[in-house]
Design a protein around this ligand. Structure first.
Ligand code: GLC
Length: 632
């Protein structure tokens, strides 16, 4: 496609120098503050400079050309034609080659961004769904080789699609070479981890730490007999936390990051970033140094591989999340994307309580209307459980008890609360805090499993309406909406997960089913079954999103407060053509006064989602259960 002339423009070394100048202070300014006090700082800085140059030299011409394109179109990931699909390669299509064969399916749905769940070389046996990585420079052999991944990235790129993969920054598998060398007694590698000769410090840290997997992996430290010491393991005992206070860890991981960028990856999902810095007397989450490290990593990508953006996985409380998209000195310079966990939690909470007031309060209070050079990854379900991240303060502001409401949500989505439409399972019950997280697929949590079990078409209609309303909401809020594999055809919970020994202890496998291709083909063919209605409905939502300029992430999202508690609304303040998005979270008809909508700046009623006019009656818009309107 490109002649030699073009390739040499993109590969001109002066571009590297210009980009280094552009981001020099962002990188070395942060690093000097993190590591400048160390006697080996100058050696580290030189080694990092050499690593950046080596990575640039190794970057293929086609990707350097891609860098130029994206330097010219820095808003590419904020545009309304972006829509993501998230899946385990083996469960979706067997392996990387199988995924390439399914590109047409994804295109048909309207997908432009593909997130393959952890696909780097995992430890054998239980690998926490691939998040326990023993080699970052090779792929999971069951999925194919690094060359196959590279070929898949190129195939996706040729279809205008971006590839996202996971890079676990917080920990490596115990089987990683660094950990093996630490156990073999190499001091250099022992310093890559948080290792303690006795229990004194671990116990002191423990006083303020929380437990992530209290059921299956209690505690935060593990005694390792080979090491003859305690090692920090926030998650599972086989996941050893890296010591980011050591600059050589920063160097190694930067090299890995750029190596993956050079395979043709567009989006790197940084896993569990909140935990990367430890400080005695704190929860060791979201410490200021975490943001400095992420700022520096972002700068390194901008120097060598500016086509690449960073997605931060920080599943933290609402107020703690925004800094991961850059705040204060990190504004516009940290993550380009971060999961909007609060939005997800609030959607499920509003559906259970048929009341959107707390959702409006939380989104209005804690989230700015617009983010510089960043946006959200919005979603209803992902591969993880749902933790009810509702603070006591936010609950109280909405007249609820935090603890009471969280307990209600767990009971509701487990399916035990009287009148609940959901079928789900508990994940990690924490007796000490009363926390009970929830697993389940979108369709099962939204009521379809129960409706089918009861053979009740009316309930199935309601479930389909909930699923589509939820997706219309995450497709319009601002950010890249992510569809989790199988949700587009309303796959139900996979209760057989317990038959797989490596999965039986982890109920998250309930909502990580295998793709059902016959069901997908049937849904695509049409008909009025729930799967077909969800497929075609979702496809329509994504097509209408792509056709609606006001949904560009650069336009502010302003929360509105309709009088009816069952209605959730926000305005997408595009100067030329603002959009008023309204959602009915209840299972009954509601009305929206015409003059209220007019006061929000919408006068001629046309729904951009239905692509049809809406006619008010008696000065009111009438909204059926779970209606979604994008009023232009
Ligand atoms: C992230 C992943 C989760 C995993 C954890 C530890 O939260 O999403 O699946 O268990 O990190 O790596």
């Amino acid at each position: 496609m490109k002649d030699t002339g073009e390739a040499s423009v993109a590969g001109d070394p002066r571009l590297f120098d210009m980009r280094l100048r552009r981001s020099h202070d962002d990188l070395f300014g942060m690093l000097a503050r993190l590591y400048g006090h160390r006697p080996d700082y100058a050696a580290f800085r030189d080694a990092l400079d050499a690593a950046l140059r080596a990575a640039w030299a190794a970057r293929p011409d086609a990707l350097k050309w891609h860098d130029l394109e994206r330097d010219l179109e820095p808003d590419w990931f904020q545009r309304p034609d972006m829509a993501g699909y998230v899946f385990y390669a083996d469960r979706f299509a067997g392996d990387f080659r199988g995924v390439a064969e399914r590109i047409d399916y994804l295109k048909d749905l309207g997908i432009t961004y593909v997130h393959i769940m952890p696909c780097l070389h995992p430890r054998p046996g239980d690998s926490d769904g691939g998040y326990s990585v023993m080699d970052y420079r090779s792929t999971d052999p069951r999925l194919g080789s690094m060359a196959d991944l590279q070929a898949l990235a190129a195939a996706l790129r040729s279809h205008g699609m971006s590839l996202c993969i996971d890079l676990v920054l917080n920990h490596t598998a115990r089987e990683h070479d660094w950990a093996a060398r630490a156990r073999a007694g190499e001091a250099r590698y022992r310093d890559y981890y948080h290792v303690f000769d006795d229990e004194t410090e671990p116990r002191a840290f423990d006083r303020t730490l929380v437990e992530v997997f209290p059921d299956t992996a209690p505690g935060n430290f593990t005694f390792d007999a080979d090491l003859n010491a305690w090692v920090w393991t926030t998650f599972n005992t086989h996941q050893w936390d890296l010591n980011w206070a050591n600059p050589w860890v920063f160097l190694e991981m930067t090299e890995v990051m750029l190596y993956l960028a050079n395979q043709g990856v567009d989006v790197l999902r940084f896993d569990a970033v909140a935990f990367m810095w430890k400080r005695m007397g704190t929860r060791c989450q979201s410490e200021p140094e975490v943001h400095m490290i992420l700022h520096a990593l972002r700068a390194a990508s901008r120097i060598v591989a500016p086509a690449v953006i960073h997605l931060h996985e920080a599943i933290v409380g609402p107020a703690e999340m925004i800094p991961y998209l850059g705040q204060g000195e990190h504004s516009g310079k940290e993550g380009n994307l971060a999961y909007h966990n609060s939005l997800m939690v609030q959607v499920w909470s509003a559906l259970a309580s048929r009341d959107a007031r707390m959702m409006a309060h939380v989104l209005d209070t804690h989230f700015p209307p617009v983010l510089p050079n960043a946006t959200y990854a919005t979603y209803l379900r992902c591969h993880d459980d749902i933790g009810w991240a509702v603070t006591d303060e936010d609950a109280a502001a909405s007249g609820l008890s935090g603890q009471g409401h969280r307990a209600f949500l767990s009971e509701f989505y487990e399916g035990r609360f009287p009148g609940s439409f959901a079928r789900g399972a508990l994940f990690q019950v924490n007796e000490a805090t009363g926390d009970r997280r929830i697993s389940g697929t979108c369709a099962s949590l939204a009521g379809l499993e129960q409706a089918l079990a009861l053979n009740d078409p009316g309930l199935a209609d309601m479930a389909v309406a909930r699923i589509l309303m939820g997706h219309a909401l995450i497709a319009s809020f601002g950010g890249i909406p992510l569809v989790y594999m199988g949700d587009e055809i309303a796959l139900l919970n996979d209760w057989h997960y317990i038959d797989t020994p490596a999965h039986a202890h982890d109920s998250r496998w309930l909502h990580r089913p295998e793709m059902d291709w016959p069901a997908a083909a049937e849904a695509q063919a049409g008909g009025d079954g729930p799967a077909a209605r969800v497929w075609h409905g979702l496809r329509h939502i994504l097509a209408r999103r792509a056709a609606t300029p006001a949904l560009h992430a650069q336009y502010p999202t302003l929360i509105c407060r309709p009088d009816d508690p069952a209605l959730f609304a926000f305005r997408r303040a595009a100067p030329a053509a603002p959009l008023l998005c309204v959602f009915n979270v209840a299972d009954s008809w509601r009305v929206l006064p015409e003059d209220w909508a007019a006061a929000q700046g919408v006068t001629a009623f046309r729904c951009a989602l239905a692509d049809a006019p809406v006619t008010p009656q008696d000065g009111k818009l009438h909204l059926p259960p779970y209606a979604a309107l994008w009023l232009a």
